[in-house]
Design a protein around this ligand. Sequence first.
Ligand code: ADP
Length: 292
Amino acid sequence: MTDWQAIVEQINAVSGRQLQPGRPQTIGGGCINQAVVLGEGDQRVFIKLNRADLLAMFEAEAAGLAEMASTQSLRVPEPLCTGVQRGQAFIAMEYIALGGRRGDAVAAGRQLAEMHRATRPRFGWDRDNTIGSTPQLNTERDDWVAFWSDQRLGFQLKLAAQNGYGGRLQQRGEHLRQGLAALLEQAPPASLLHGDLWGGNIGYTANGEPVIFDPACYYGDREADLAMTELFGGFGGAFRAAYEEAWPLSPGYSVRKQLYNLYHILNHLNLFGGGYLSQAESMIERLLAELG
Ligand code: ADP
């Protein structure tokens, strides 16, 4: 049984709210966690719950939301607190009523470009986090090629080997890692990324204001975020045009897009198996063909 009393006390202490425990409302739509809403009106708080050993995942999510909020660009829910109560880890954040998948896509594109203007000298982040439920390594590096090779492709390929996907995927994947420098000739700025920007992680308020949530933040090539918006759809042409008007993409994006999305397809292979193997293999072959 969830200890709502303790969770509510912690939220009230950090946020000055006067929530009462009682009648948490369950929300659907998440992939990983149990989600509930507590409170009424503008006091409402959105809470995700999971096993106690996943506290670090919620701490990294709260840190990611705070990092994105500090750029004052695309709206994100304000993180309130994280903790463990009676064997359950939780994250509490501002509740934002999300009307649906349609809204001001132009503002979303423009504001994402603005968020990407927040840069750091090095790639990675202060902490590791998760992508889906898979660990994501963010050890800081000066070299984007080495970062992508080791901490993105290399790490997922290693997981794939542990999951029984050896042989051709490993050989061709290693070959690709050897050739990465030729696909990533120009070092990008290290931009603050959402990191898991598929269509399920953006919503719009009733006024059409865009909101992004459920991040896997790190500092990296902004094209990695853009690539993911195109992987499963849901963002549309107006979003992309507005982004490019604010900050044009460099030539060669369409090839790098494959490389950046390969990371997510390998992650899907590791999480869900099955058809993602042939998708990952054909992406690798297309990228190797670019190397000639
Ligand atoms: P999970 O980590 O389980 O994937 P999400 O963070 O994606 O969960 O949240 C699940 C759903 O809850 C989202 O699809 C969204 O519709 C809604 N949601 C997420 N964050 C908020 C929030 N702060 N306020 C209101 N609804 C939210």
